[in-house]
Design a protein around this ligand. Structure first.
Ligand code: ZN
Length: 391
C-alpha cells in the first residue's frame, strides 16, 4: 500500500506532463497553419482555458519559439489581443531524396520554407556507400543547423515507414535495408523513411488544396510513376505499404515489360524514361537528353508533332485514373508531372476519364495538373514536422 500511495502522484504528474506536451504541440500546429495568432484564439480552438494557453505561450516565448508582435486593439471590442508570431527557424527539418545517381537535400524551417538545398552525385545502387554519404551529409547539415528536429528520407522503393526498412526497390538495387536503424545509430536526431511519391504527396508544395486533404489522390510522373491516397491529411499505406501504387495498373495489355514483371503497366508506358525512349523513336535526329527535357516545357520548339504521343500518354493516365475514381471517390486528383503545361496531354487525361469513369463522381472530382520541384525532399522534411507535432 505504501508504495502505491507513493507511486500515485508520480503517475499523475507523468500524465499531466504528457497532456501539457500534447497541448504544446497542438498550439504549435495551430500557429504553423497560420490562421490563428492570439492566446484567446488558441484557447478557443483547443477548448482550453486562457491560463493554460498563457503558460504554454510564455514557455515558448522564453525559448525563442514564439514572439509577441503587437496587438489588434484598433476596432476590436474588449481587451486587445496580443498577436503572436511563430519564429519559424526555431525548429528545422532535413529532407532527402535518394535517386539512383544523386542525392537531393533540403533543410526547411518549421513552415516548410527551404533554407538550404543542394545535391550530391553518387551511385546510390550501393546501399553501404549511399548510407555512408547520407550520414556524412546529415552530420554536416546538423552542424550548420542545430535546430534540426529530425531527418526525412524519401526513397524510390517499397518502404515500411514504421520500422524505416527499405524492403525492395526496382530503381535502386536495395533489398531489406534497415535504413532508419543504421542512420539512428550514427546521428543525434531520428530518421524517418518514406516512399518518394508518398513523401511528395505530403509536401505543402504538392498543390493539394488543404481543405480537400480529407480524401484526395496524388499521381506523380517522374523516373517512375506512383500515387498516394490521402485520407484525413495522412497517407493511407495499406496492409503491406503499397496502397496507391497506380504505376502498376495495366493500361496496355500487350505493352512492354515493366520493372515489376507485368506487361503494359502505367509506369512502363508513361514514366519519363519510357516517354524519352518513345520520343527518340519519333525523332532519331534528336539525341541529347536535354532536348527532350526542353520538350516538356511550354516553349519547346520543333517537336510539336509529338502531340499524338502526348494524347496517347494522357489516354493511359486517364485509363488508370478511372478505377481510382470508382474505388476511392476522391475530391481532388493532383497529377504532378513535367507535362503539366502540355494541352494535348491534359485534354486527353480529362476526356479519357470522362468517357471511362462513373459519371456522378467524375463530375465532383477536380483534376489539377502541377509540377512541383523538390516535392519529395520537402515532403520528407514535412513528415518529420508532422511526427514532431504528434509526439
Ligand atoms: Zn509494373
Amino acid at each position: 500500500m505504501h508504495t502505491m500511495t507513493e507511486g500515485a502522484p508520480r503517475f499523475m504528474s507523468k500524465g499531466t506532463a504528457l497532456l501539457r506536451q500534447q497541448n504544446e504541440k497542438r498550439t504549435l500546429a495551430l500557429l504553423r497553419a497560420g490562421k490563428i495568432s492570439s492566446r484567446q484564439e488558441i484557447a478557443a480552438a483547443l477548448g482550453l482555458s486562457k491560463n493554460t494557453i498563457s503558460l504554454i505561450v510564455d514557455k515558448f516565448i522564453k525559448e525563442g519559439v514564439i514572439k509577441e508582435v503587437g496587438s489588434d486593439e484598433q476596432g476590436s471590442v474588449g481587451r486587445p489581443r496580443i498577436q503572436l508570431s511563430l519564429q519559424t527557424e526555431a525548429y528545422k527539418s532535413i529532407g532527402i531524396l535518394i535517386q539512383h545517381s544523386y542525392i537531393q537535400y533540403v533543410v526547411t524551417d518549421y513552415c516548410s520554407a527551404v533554407l538550404d538545398q543542394g545535391s550530391i552525385v553518387t551511385d546510390a545502387n550501393d546501399p553501404d556507400r549511399c548510407i555512408g554519404t547520407l550520414i556524412r551529409l546529415c552530420g554536416e547539415l546538423i552542424g550548420r543547423h542545430p535546430e534540426v528536429l529530425g531527418i526525412g528520407v524519401a526513397v524510390p522503393a517499397l518502404v515500411d515507414p514504421i520500422e524505416g526498412v527499405v524492403h525492395f526497390s526496382s530503381h535502386l538495387s536495395w533489398r531489406n535495408v534497415r535504413l532508419k536503424d543504421r542512420m539512428d545509430a550514427r546521428l543525434p536526431v531520428a530518421t524517418k523513411v518514406l516512399n518518394l511519391v508518398k513523401a511528395a504527396a505530403l509536401a505543402p508544395s504538392s498543390g493539394m488544396p488543404a481543405e480537400h486533404a480529407a480524401n484526395s489522390f496524388y499521381l506523380r510522373i517522374d523516373e517512375g510513376v506512383g500515387g498516394a491516397h490521402i485520407i484525413d491529411s495522412s497517407i493511407y499505406n495499406g496492409a503491406s505499404w503499397t496502397a496507391g501504387e497506380v504505376g502498376h495498373l495495366c493500361v496496355e495489355p500487350n505493352g512492354p515489360l515493366c520493372t515489376c514483371g507485368q506487361r503494359g503497366c502505367l509506369e512502363a508506358m508513361v514514366s519519363l524514361p519510357a516517354l524519352a525512349k518513345q520520343l527518340r523513336e519519333l525523332y532519331p535526329e534528336v539525341r541529347a537528353e536535354g532536348d527532350f527535357d526542353a520538350y516538356w516545357t511550354e516553349d519547346a520548339a520543333g517537336l510539336s508533332s509529338a502531340d499524338e504521343l502526348m494524347r496517347q500518354t494522357g489516354r493511359y493516365v486517364g485509363i488508370a485514373l478511372a478505377p481510382v475514381i470508382a474505388l476511392l471517390n476522391p475530391g481532388y486528383i493532383v497529377v504532378d508531372s513535367p507535362l503539366d503545361k502540355l494541352d494535348a496531354f491534359k485534354q486527353s487525361v480529362l476526356s479519357t476519364v470522362e468517357s471511362r469513369a462513373l459519371k456522378y463522381p467524375t463530375e465532383q472530382t477536380k483534376i489539377l495538373f502541377i509540377k512541383s520541384r523538390y516535392a519529395s525532399s520537402i515532403g520528407a522534411a514535412f513528415a518529420v514536422i508532422l511526427d514532431f507535432e504528434k509526439e
